[in-house]
Design a protein. Structure first.
Length: 339
């Protein structure tokens, strides 16, 4: 399994190199530092939400409400700013709000045993509707100029927001791949009942994952709001498609138990580079959404095809005779040939 994952990550890395090399050689302005900064910034929120979704999918669950949590938290930021609340106070309040929304998902899924797909589709619409209740269909602008550079400026070609993404990614990598919690995630994804019998606190881990997901979605909303200097109820609308595509394209099994942080990070970079090339080539957003949808289909189809091929190979082995088998079957003698 590990070798198969490494092979898929290698394919993603090669595709990244191809896309970036194609953009640098065929698209004017692609390799400039300002455009590289824009490329990385454009997928900041997708990367944060993908790192939030990754451990959830590893356990065989899903959270489709992450973009709606982002939208609600952005709307809450605008409403609090309109009410005259200092931005230093808004930040912790918004982060807590994101955790609370994540806890609602957690209670419905873990405590009541409801399917995560159904629950998060429902809260996807619920949280987006609450965002419009909080702020309406208008926009709030004029956020403090002292904080906006954190979401817009760069250190060379590397945006400050991307540095935050790298830190979050490294933390996710350590937790998922080098701690008992990470091993528990894979165990739950491979078999929840077996994990329970092994003494793993499945419910506690799942609850924690949805709380973290809500907190990271709230953090992404603050970056999104400051980057565009606009708080709106529809911020991040449709972003869940790109997030799910990044996670599955990164090699994470939708059934749980398989995937790596490096694969997801590589998939995010690949999608960001491809989107930037299309953007500079004046390709419409509709076509970009079509390509994202195709990537999502491919990311599900390829692992499913590999599993089907492996199953058929097990059912119909084409084993060739070994040397021992050949030696155990002596060649016919002359007498036997005559008979």
């Amino acid at each position: 399994m590990r070798e198969r994952l490494l092979r898929w990550e290698t394919v993603l890395l090669i595709l990244c190199v191809i896309v970036l090399a194609y953009g640098a050689t065929s698209t004017a302005g692609f390799a400039e530092a300002d455009n590289i900064s824009f490329l990385l910034l454009d997928y900041t929120e997708v990367a944060l939400l993908a790192f939030a979704l990754l451990p959830i999918v590893l356990t065989g669950e899903i959270d489709l409400s992450v973009a709606s949590v982002l939208g609600f938290c952005s709307a809450l930021t605008g409403a609090l700013w309109n009410a005259g609340v200092p931005f230093e106070t808004i930040v912790p309040l918004v982060l807590v709000a994101g955790v609370v929304l994540g806890s609602i998902n957690a209670v419905l899924i873990v405590r009541f045993g409801l399917p995560s797909l159904a629950v998060t589709i429902g809260t996807l619409g619920l949280y987006r509707g609450l965002a419009y209740v909080v702020l309406g269909d208008g926009a709030v602008t004029g956020f403090p100029s002292a904080y906006r550079p954190l979401a817009t400026d760069s250190l060379g070609f590397l945006p400050y927001a991307t540095i935050l993404v790298i830190i979050v990614g490294l933390i996710a990598m350590v937790v998922v791949h080098y701690t008992p919690v990470g091993r528990a995630l894979y165990a739950i994804g491979l078999g929840e009942q077996t994990a329970r019998f092994s003494g793993i606190r499945v419910d506690r881990i799942k609850m924690s994952l949805y709380l973290v997901s809500g907190g990271l979605a709230a953090l992404a909303s603050l970056i999104f709001t400051l980057r565009y200097n606009s708080a709106r109820a529809d911020n991040g609308n449709g972003l869940e498609l790109a997030v799910v595509a990044a996670v599955l394209l990164g090699g994470v099994s939708i059934f749980g138990g398989r995937g790596t942080v490096f694969g997801v990070a590589t998939a995010v970079l690949l999608m960001a580079g491809l989107r930037n090339v299309l953007f500079l080539g004046d390709v419409s957003n509709e076509i970009q959404n079509v390509i994202t949808g195709l990537l999502l289909i491919v990311s599900v189809l390829v692992p499913a095809s590999a599993r089907l091929f492996a199953r058929r190979k097990r059912q119909h082995p084409t084993a060739e005779p070994t040397l021992d088998e050949e030696e155990s079957c002596p060649e016919p003698t002359v007498s036997s040939q005559r008979s």
